[in-house]
Design a protein around this ligand. Structure first.
Ligand SMILES: Nc1ncnc2c1ncn2[C@@H]1O[C@H](COP(=O)(O)OP(=O)(O)OP(=O)(O)O)[C@@H](O)[C@H]1O
Ligand SMILES: O=P(O)(O)OC[C@H]1O[C@H](OP(=O)(O)O)[C@H](O)[C@@H]1O
Length: 190
């Protein structure tokens, strides 16, 4: 008989650039005991701020991607992103592990992680455009490219998907996410 405790769920926060994924994750980390966040490895310059990530060069990414490999990796916006295998350690000690993923790797993520809860964050196109411009991390051409990807759907066939509308106040989206996650988080792990 397998007496190993179940690993904590991986909670994928997905949606178009500028929709508020990082803002939502920061708030959930403050409010929900036992939640942790998995850092991503990104081939983005280190000084650009925003989320806390491991900045690497293309060469370093390629080296890491071969043995022992990543738990998950993808490409978007001309950048490469990866989730290291360390995520397993977090799953053993947390009640849930938040991670920012591309919508296009969700089926692969569910196969890799087993228990995957998807928070699919949406917002009105005009809100996205205003937020990306105000944030100022990307130039206007890159903002346009990101807006063009905004309506990419979450793939069919996932087990647990919750839609979170962040068109209005962030507080409303936080409450909706907390409600969706509540049944999944085991207090004894916190
Ligand atoms: N409900 C909201 N109302 C107004 N501004 C918001 C709201 N949610 C987030 N923002 C702001 O919008 C900008 C983009 O948010 P954030 O960086 O969290 O998005 P993101 O989805 O993580 O983007 P990316 O995928 O490009 O990193 C930030 O400046 C953030 O403060
Ligand atoms: O549009 P899709 O493929 O869902 O997401 C692609 C990527 O866009 C965002 O990147 P960033 O955080 O802005 O660098 C997401 O975090 C994801 O990694």
């Amino acid at each position: 008989m397998n007496t190993q405790p179940a690993k904590a769920p991986v909670i994928a926060v997905v949606g178009p650039s500028g929709v508020g994924k990082d803002s939502l994750m920061d708030a959930l980390l403050e409010r929900v005991p036992g939640l942790v966040r998995q850092r991503r490895i990104i081939t983005r310059a280190p000084e650009l701020g925003g989320e806390d990530y491991d900045a690497v060069t293309e060469d370093r990414f390629a080296t890491l991607c071969s043995a022992p490999g990543f738990a998950l990796h993808w490409q978007a916006h001309g950048l490469r992103y990866a989730i290291p295998r360390d995520i397993d350690e977090l799953r053993n000690r947390a009640s849930g592990v938040l991670v920012n993923l591309s919508r296009k790797v969700l089926l692969e993520a569910e196969a890799a992680f087993g228990t995957l809860i998807v928070l699919s964050v949406t917002a009105a196109p005009e809100a996205l455009a205003a937020r990306l411009s105000a944030r100022g991390r990307e130039d206007s051409a890159e903002v346009e490219r990101r807006l063009a990807r905004a309506s990419t759907p979450v793939p069919a066939g996932l087990s647990q998907v919750f839609d979170i509308d962040n068109s209005g106040q962030l507080e409303e989206a936080i409450k909706a996410a907390e409600t969706a996650l509540m049944p999944w988080l085991q207090p004894e792990r916190a």
